[in-house]
Design a protein around this ligand. Structure first.
Ligand code: ADP
Ligand code: ZN
Length: 212
């Protein structure tokens, strides 16, 4: 199984596609944003240091990211989906030295639609499942349909932090897209298609075989 990188502006559906690939093909999903939120919850030294950046919607400095993901990345890893990493050129170079990646899949989406999606996103604080009010997948009781916990707005899904995260995407992560394009390993998919349709496209392009 190949290793994949998922790229795309906030709200472009990286997490949803990672979830489908994990569920249907057994990929491991490595979500760097979740890892960082875990550190904050556990109040580790890194967690305390990165809090300010995360709340504001700024990228966490590379040194913290490297100390978190460094021990995880190995050149013998297989079937891993990197979601939310790399987001800077330095991170892309760091990754390239440590682990082979078949391709990066870039979910292309306008800023305007991205902002709309984020402000309508709700997250289960218990199991981290994402929901979107625009897709009508939230029940009237505003509870997670998987575990029953109340859904909440993520701390950085307010308009100020959303704008800063989107700016960081353009300034810092766009060069990462070029990085993979230069290596002929970029696949671009419009993120406005339905999640299941995007999933089928990825499966087809990568020639994934259904697990027995
Ligand atoms: P989103 O993609 O919607 O911003 P994530 O959960 O992926 O949500 O990331 C949340 C926050 O975590 C980011 O705004 C940033 O502060 C931090 N973060 C996540 N991944 C990285 C990374 N690779 N480099 C630096 N900061 C990161
Ligand atoms: Zn839940």
């Amino acid at each position: 199984m190949p290793n994949l990188v998922l790229l795309g502006i906030q709200g472009s559906g990286k997490g949803t596609q990672a979830y489908l690939l994990k569920k249907n093909y057994g990929f491991d999903h490595l979500n760097i944003g979740s890892l960082l939120r875990e550190e904050m919850k556990k109040k580790t030294d890194i967690g305390n240091d990165i809090k300010e950046y995360m709340l504001k919607g700024d990228l966490v400095p590379d040194k913290y990211i490297f100390s978190l993901v460094g021990p995880i990345l190995h050149d013998n890893l297989k079937g891993v989906i990197l979601d939310g990493f790399p987001r800077t050129l330095k991170q892309a170079e760091f990754l390239e030295k440590r682990m082979p990646v078949r391709c990066a899949i870039y979910f292309e989406l306008d800023d305007k639609i991205a902002k709309e999606r984020l402000s309508h996103r709700r997250v289960c604080q218990n199991c981290q499942q994402n929901y979107n009010l625009l897709l009508n997948d939230v029940k009237k009781d505003n509870k997670c349909s998987k575990c029953g916990n109340p859904l909440e707005l993520r701390m950085d899904d307010n308009s100020e932090a959303i704008n800063r995260r989107i700016a960081a995407f353009h300034d810092e992560t766009k060069p990462v897209i070029e990085f993979f394009k230069d290596r002929d390993s970029l696949i671009t998919i419009p993120a406005t298609k339905k999640p299941e349709q995007i999933h089928q496209e990825i499966v087809y392009i990568l020639g994934l075989a259904k697990p027995a």
